[in-house]
Unconditional design. Structure first.
Length: 587
């Protein structure tokens, strides 16, 4: 419990008990005073009046005006001071008998009766005085008991506060004082531990954090630091890949010889220099640390998101940039803190050369395979010619299988050839402003026979007043044909495929919607990757068609997308900007 809470509870209870004690004492004293006043006013005065009248009756004789006046005045006062139940009847009888005595002063019988009534009046009031006295004693006893209980509780609370509170405050302060003295003596291993959740627990945590940092600083000797620094520098310089270390202010903390050789600067020129200043003077640094380029004439450009193509010593080299954030938990803290970054440029030139060799090999093989495939297809045409002779049923089936395989092989080699052209950058775009309708017409004609074989209806939804678009008509039609062919392949018989063309936000959007089984959401991000085919789908190609389609569209400044839900169908689409300034080519 917090010290402040303890003080509030203890002092608050003590204040409440004192307040109750004062209230009870005041109430009981007031009650006792009121009881005493009642006795004095109600009964004592009546006894006094009766005593005066009794003395006057003893002295009364005919013609004694003083005694008569005393009797009458005290009787009048008594009549005004009737407080007991039987006192009114006695006072009435007293007045009656006094009048009889005044009428016959010599009658001793009347005088005796008057005295008896006066004695009765005195007895009644004396009994009331005794009764009220007993009530007053009872009230006094109650007051004594209650005040004693409240006083005892107040004493108990005060005693508990006196015993516990000073120690709860003084003992932690004493421990803290002794610990501070130990810290002053450079005993940084000193720690404080308090139980509970009082303010001293937070104070102890802060003290321990301070002591831990002081101990860490005390153990960090300069020679040890220098030795570790040299060891780290030797480790960084021994790496064969360029390494650059940045602090949280984007200043170069360390850089190895490979990186210095790459950027063409000395260590003194870059160390602890503002990065913006270095980037302004060195284009390669600007690209490595992702600072915007200031001029278009560069010898470095990004091939992919994290790959750099750099010309070093008249040789083209490829580096993959890897950035590692450095985060530490400072001493005494709990949250991670970003303190810098390490940039490693991994040399992947050999891998790129192998990739280029692979691409050239695929292009060569694909190109060389086209000739024998064409010869096979020509031979099939000659065998199917009537002049060659009639074929048996088994021969016809065998030729149909050979024809299907040759067409599939030709399609695969065509896709491999297109892919190799894209990878080598040899793809040629013959873009011009043209009407988009011929693209739709060509794609529908190329796929109509295939759709009719499965009894699939091809439906077109075309906006009116479509603008011309700057595209390579042949390659765009190839992409749309690929979309429709895939839709036919994965659609059920007697279904419907919707081919639409619409203008949206300064773009023309070509889309093909089918009602097939759809694509699982876990595969949609990979559907345009090379060689990727959805698990469980029919294997009828190389998995390159959508990848090539993406390259064709993006080389024309467009974008490609897919929307699909399992059991509902898929919609493949691509958009081409209608503004000529948005077009570009990588050819």
């Amino acid at each position: 419990m917090k010290i402040k809470t303890k003080l509030n509870i203890g002092i608050g209870l003590l204040f409440l008990m004192i307040l109750l004690l004062a209230f009870a004492s005041t109430w009981y004293v007031s009650s006792l005073k009121q009881e005493a006043d009642n006795v004095l006013a109600a009964n004592y005065l009546s006894v006094e009046y009766a005593r005066n009248m009794l003395g006057a009756s003893d002295q009364y004789s005919a013609g004694d005006t003083v005694a008569l006046a005393t009797l009458r005045s005290n009787l009048a006062k008594q009549k005004k001071n009737v407080t007991e139940l039987s006192e009114k009847e006695i006072t009435t009888n007293l007045e009656l008998k006094l009048n009889r005595l005044l009428d016959n002063p010599s009658d001793q019988q009347h005088a005796s009766e008057l005295r008896e009534e006066l004695v009765n009046l005195m007895n009644v009031n004396m009994a009331a005085i005794v009764k009220k006295n007993d009530h007053t004693k009872l009230l006094a006893n109650e007051a004594f008991l209650l005040i004693s209980i409240l006083g005892a509780l107040s004493f108990l609370i005060a005693f508990v506060l006196w015993v516990n509170l000073p120690s709860n405050i003084a003992d932690p302060i004493k421990k803290l004082t002794n610990s501070i003295r130990e810290i002053a003596k450079q005993n940084y291993a000193q720690r404080l531990y308090f139980k509970g959740d009082s303010e001293f627990v937070d104070l102890a945590n802060s003290f321990n954090s301070m002591a831990e940092r002081l101990q860490e600083y005390s153990n960090s000797k300069l020679d040890h630091i220098l030795q570790e620094k040299k060891r780290v520098e030797a480790l960084v310089n021994s790496m064969h890949d360029p390494v650059i270390g940045l602090n949280d202010k984007k200043e170069i903390l360390f850089i190895n010889d490979e990186a210095l050789q790459l950027i063409g600067l000395s260590r003194e020129e870059v160390k602890l220099k503002p990065l913006q200043e270095l980037a302004n003077a060195n284009d390669l640094i600007a690209r490595i640390v992702e600072i915007p380029e200031k001029t278009p004439e560069r010898q470095v450009h990004a091939l992919e998101d994290n790959t750099l193509n750099i010309f070093v010593d008249n040789k083209e080299s490829y580096f993959e940039k890897q950035v590692y954030a450095i985060e530490i938990v400072p001493t005494g803290e709990q949250a991670l803190q970003h303190v810098g970054e390490v940039i490693i440029l991994k040399n992947i030139t050999s891998f790129k050369e192998l990739d280029v060799a692979k691409t050239n090999f695929i292009a060569t093989v694909s190109h060389e395979l086209k000739t024998p495939i064409a010869s096979i297809q020509m031979g099939l045409e000659l065998l199917n010619h009537p002049k060659t002779g009639e074929l048996s049923e088994n021969q016809r089936k065998l030729m149909e299988g050979i024809k299907d395989d040759s067409e599939r092989l030709l399609r695969i080699t065509s896709e491999l050839l297109n892919m190799s052209q894209v990878e080598t950058g040899n793809i040629k775009l013959f873009a011009q402003w043209c009407n988009p309708m011929p693209v739709i017409t060509y794609a529908l004609q190329a796929t109509r026979l295939q759709a009719e074989q499965k009894h699939i209806e091809l439906v077109t939804e075309l906006d009116e007043d479509l603008p011309e678009v700057y595209i390579d008509e042949e390659k765009t039609a190839w992409v749309l044909t690929n979309f429709i062919t895939n839709a036919i392949r994965y659609s059920a018989e007697h279904s419907k495929i919707i081919v639409s063309l619409a203008k949206k936000d300064a773009k023309l959007v070509f889309s093909v919607q089918d009602h097939g089984k759809g694509i699982d959401s876990s595969y949609k991000d990979r559907i345009f990757d090379r060689y990727f085919q959805i698990p469980g789908s029919m294997r009828s190609g190389t998995g390159l068609g959508l990848s090539i389609a993406k390259d064709f569209i993006e080389n024309q400044g467009g974008s490609i997308a897919v929307e699909s839900s399992v059991g509902v169908g898929s919609t493949f689409s691509f958009s081409i900007p209608t503004n000529k300034n948005q077009h570009y080519s990588k050819s």
